[in-house]
Design a protein around this ligand. Sequence first.
Ligand SMILES: Cc1cc2nc3c(=O)[nH]c(=O)nc-3n(C[C@H](O)[C@H](O)[C@H](O)COP(=O)(O)OP(=O)(O)OC[C@H]3O[C@@H](n4cnc5c(N)ncnc54)[C@H](O)[C@@H]3O)c2cc1C
Length: 389
Amino acid sequence: MSAPRILVAGAGPAGQALALALAESGLPCTLLDPAPAAPGAAGGADLRVFALTPASLTLLGRLGAWPPPQAERVQAFRRMQVWERDPADGFVLDAAASGAPALGTIVEHAVLQHGLAGRLAGHAGIERLQQATVVGCRQDGTGIEVELADGRRRRGAVLVAADGAASPLREQAGIAVDRHDYGQAGLVANVAATVGHGGVARQRFLATGPLALLPLADDAVSIVWTLPASAADRLAALADGDFGQALTEASGGILGRLTPSGPRVCFPLRRQLAQRYVEGRMVLLADAAHTVHPLAGQGLNLGLADVAVLVPLLAAAVSRGLDPGNAAVLARYARARQGANALAAHGFGAILGLYAWDLPGAAGLRAFGHGLLRRLPALRRAVVEVASG
Ligand SMILES: Cc1cc2nc3c(=O)[nH]c(=O)nc-3n(C[C@H](O)[C@H](O)[C@H](O)COP(=O)(O)OP(=O)(O)OC[C@H]3O[C@@H](n4cnc5c(N)ncnc54)[C@H](O)[C@@H]3O)c2cc1C
């Protein structure tokens, strides 16, 4: 008898990685992708880049999805420099502290998506449906059935909602979220710099929010500039020269003169945590379950950690002859991930709050923390281990 089918709604990086992990574990799955075609050649419009932790790369590597075919566009970084006013008063985290080859690896959205889609294509265990927008689902004691916008239907034992932060499935199931709007936007752009990045990721904490300068291949730099939403919109609309000047000033000139090399996009930033991860045979995964502030570059890493927990639980249930949609199995996933994701989300918010704090003495407290990190290798090692996932 064939194993029960798992339905995956959403073909973002989390949904694609999940489909691959399920199939590699012997669980047949149907991936429901609203797009007309699977992600094609890199160079798509989504400017986001992901700073993937070594733990995420291990998972993707096990799935045969890492390195991606366009490996020349991937950039590992060994060091991360963090500062507020003067780089000399900040601190540097080095992968060497934990013996890891790199702290993280920067990959463009399109490169990751294309690599995952390539691995999925033709995989015997995966049915990929395009133009497959889920508009509803119904469940009973033996399974769950989704209905697509064009009337098609699919039935499975479990439905995983990997349908992003706005998750229509989460909404339809009436699962409430705890939402905190930071009132900020992340302005994302690729820029050219007159000073080479040297494979170092940099983050400067400004009074308005952090500015991340992430190293890309060919010495290009991806910026994620957190700003009050109105300021982000204003900066995004500036002429290239004016934007480059404002950005160079904000970066303190650490990479020389910065010049935009393409479009700029603003993402609204919020922390959003689903109050429940499970509704009968449906479970939430990745951004559908949690979104976090991008300052630590952990959003997708948390989603991939969800994948790493959920798939073995489903596979173990099936190998013991159990229904993978069984409440006890899905509750174990929720127990393992909900607290960890909430802790991470609140932790990133706390770091942001610490740097936004401008009460008397706050700057001194931050300088004291930076000094501790500079002087105490054991503390740096602990931070590196957490940051590496
Ligand atoms: C500025 C910024 C910078 C970031 N930087 C990092 C970083 O450095 N590192 C990191 O790990 N994370 C980072 N993140 C977070 C990361 O972008 C997200 O966590 C990640 O993209 C979530 O992937 P996902 O697959 O869950 O969702 P998405 O990528 O949003 O995919 C959701 C999918 O669901 C589909 N869908 C929607 N509705 C339906 C429906 N009704 N039926 C079927 N499918 C549907 C969509 O079409 C889409 O394919 C950043 C985020 C931002 C905003």
